[in-house]
Design a protein around this ligand. Sequence first.
Ligand code: 13P
Length: 290
Amino acid sequence: MTFASTKQLALEARAAGYAVPAVNIVDGISIAAVVKAADSVGSPIILQTSVKTVKYFGAPVLAALAQAAADDASVPVALHLDHCPDRAVITEAIAHGWSSVLFDASDRPFDVARAETAEVTAEAHARGVDVESEIENIVGVEDGVGSDDPNVHFYSDEQLVEVAQETSTDLIAPALGTAHGLYKAAPVLLVDRVRALAALTDIPIVLHGGTGLSAEEFRAFIDAGVSKINISTALKLSYMYSARDHLAEAERTGKWEPVKLFDQIRDSVTETVIEHIQLFGSAGRAGVTA
Ligand code: 13P
């Protein structure tokens, strides 16, 4: 199956009151685990790749791994490039068949961000690729991209929507009080901002920094209009803790079998993703574009 459209998945989710999980994968094991989770409960799914992961494996390898997993699945699978300020990597992802890219212009001043976002959407749309746009700062560093300073760029709801409409942006990533990584203090969540943005536009709204929010907080964001939720840290922890546990057991028993390590990581990541699918209400929603 060809990759699904990220925008289409998010629009369907918004109309039906759930959110599509967008999970940052790190290799072939995690790609298989995430797609297996979605397939097992009938959820649409978005595989996200950080720029760091694209650079590590190379776009052709990563696209082929994701394509092979999508081919085996009976649910819609989209492939999305996460936070990318680098226009050359955007061009590479577009050329290698990604469904969508997040052009992260949050490090640029307003007018530059607006002008470059318009250029990126023109380039991507010419190849049928959707664009998520970020011009505000979402707190936290995600695989080397971003900042811990919350208030460098923050605009009014009207400004955000105006830029999104003017640049034909397909999905908006506003600052919503969440942060990438583990929370050091309880975040101040901007659920009302989602409601205000959703009243101004039908363009899907993306929630970043999903790891660590409660079931009630996810539900409040979804009810307000969020329809794509990004999860990265939860997968990394599931991956690394299961690897650690397996290696400790191998040390104890003297049984060193790499494939058993891969199995344990895959099963742990699959379980973590199923938990998030249940929280986001996307189980059983895969019928529409499959
Ligand atoms: P977390 O690492 O907090 O889950 O955030 C993921 C994210 O927003 C990726 O863009």
